[in-house]
Ligand binder design. Structure first.
Ligand SMILES: [Zn+2]
Length: 405
């Protein structure tokens, strides 16, 4: 306990440095090429120097090639302390989503501003807060005289599926038997939730082909928007009622969700009946269901609507992620995380499942145990995203305690 108190003092005394490191990181955008960004190269360069400046010098690059990104690669950084066997990995992601509608931002999303204990900027909470916390937690452990066996992984491409991020790292056999994984990329406002399970996710694209015509002569065409709208309303109701199982581990949404989301533009003028329509459905499905069975259900219903409406409705998979088996509450990483939260925070954590997807799913699919934990206000992807500075420091305290225990 005495050792923990000293460690926590060290973490707390680095608050100013944490704030300035996070601010500097935010000013270097790291948006993937699929979202019209250059990728994570510049941010990775900054983080490598930040690690070195803080005495963490065993740094390995595991960059995935990507012609569309700056320098033709998507950087993945692995910083190692100690000799391992096993290692505790902390995986956070460098990339962010774009700022979105700038008019909704009260500050410059790429020029961090601290106000009332909150640090505003794109990527501040998702996932900058945890990334910086893990780095300073590692430094605190070193300063306290302990060299923990840990690996800090700063990965790319999390926002668009992780293929060039943690999936690439995993494919290079970087994980060893017995390694444990903390993914600080989701959590509750009080830091009392440890995520051990995720839902399947299925993003489907629905294309409808009718016949374009003049709006005054609907009899000469097939209105794709009407056909698509009929299908949209039916399929949403159908999926919610057909796949309605409840699993209380998943909190706060204990059931599967099926939501129409993006709508692509169709005609530019009011007096044309659109001949095509395209929209997307974002589904988050309890792991007990078979995702392919759901997909084939949606396709057969699309065929029925094709016959009824005369417009051809087709369904394809835009992105699909199958949920790996959950991490046990009794696994070493679950127990260690819970103990550190109790020890440092004095609160009783609970184990939950979530609908969002994190790097933990990929780690779990490789047969490893991973816990997802952090303290956050849920500002990911929102305008005026912020990180609560106290949360960043408090999470670094818990991580540091895990590192030395
Ligand atoms: Zn994230």
């Amino acid at each position: 306990m005495e050792a923990d108190r000293k460690l926590i003092e060290i973490v707390r005394s680095s608050e100013k440095e944490m704030v300035s490191s996070l601010s500097e990181m935010i000013s270097i955008p790291a948006i993937g090429p699929e979202s019209s960004g250059e990728g994570e190269y510049d941010r990775a360069e900054f983080l490598v120097s930040l690690l070195r400046e803080n005495g963490i010098t065993s740094i390995e690059s595991c960059d995935a090639p990507d012609k569309k990104a700056k320098k033709g690669r998507r950087p993945n950084i692995i910083a190692t302390l100690g000799s391992g066997k096993p290692f505790l990995w902390v995986i956070s992601h460098m990339d962010t989503v774009p700022a979105g509608d700038r008019s909704l931002w009260k500050t410059d999303p790429f020029n961090a501003l601290v106000k009332n204990g909150k640090l505003y900027g794109r990527g501040s909470e998702d996932n900058g807060q945890s990334l910086i916390a893990s780095l300073y937690a590692a430094r605190a452990a070193l300063q306290s005289g302990t060299t923990p066996s840990i690996k800090l992984a700063f990965v790319s491409d999390e926002e668009l599926g992780s293929e060039k991020g943690i999936t690439y790292v995993a494919s290079k056999n970087k994980f060893a038997r017995g390694d444990e994984f903390l993914v600080p990329d989701a959590g509750s406002r009080t830091g009392d939730q440890i995520e051990i399970a995720e839902k399947h996710s299925l993003w489907a694209r629905i294309r409808t082909e009718g016949v374009q015509t003049h709006a005054s002569m609907p009899n000469t065409g097939v209105n794709a928007k009407v056909a698509a709208s009929r299908f949209l309303v039916f399929i949403r109701d159908y999926l919610y009622s057909r796949y309605s199982a409840v699993d209380s581990l998943f909190n706060p949404v204990p059931y599967s969700t099926f939501e129409p989301t993006r709508q692509m533009a169709n005609v530019d003028n009011v007096n044309t009946i659109p001949g095509t329509d395209e929209f997307y459905i974002d589904s988050r499905i309890l792991p007990s269901y078979n995702i392919n069975k759901i997909l084939s259900d949606v396709r057969s219903i699309a065929e029925v609507f094709t016959r009824q409406t005369g417009a051809k409705i087709s369904v394809d998979v835009f992105r699909k992620s199958v949920a790996a088996g959950p991490t046990s509450k009794d696994s070493l990483i679950s127990v260690k995380t819970a103990e550190a939260i109790r020890r440092v925070r004095g609160i009783e954590p609970m184990f939950v499942g979530i609908g969002g997807g994190t790097c933990a799913n990929i780690v779990r699919s490789k047969g490893f145990q991973a816990a997802v934990w952090s303290t956050e206000d849920g500002m990911a992807h929102q305008p005026n995203e912020y990180s609560v500075v106290k949360n960043m420091v408090a999470d670094a305290e818990v991580m540091a305690s895990m590192f030395v225990s």
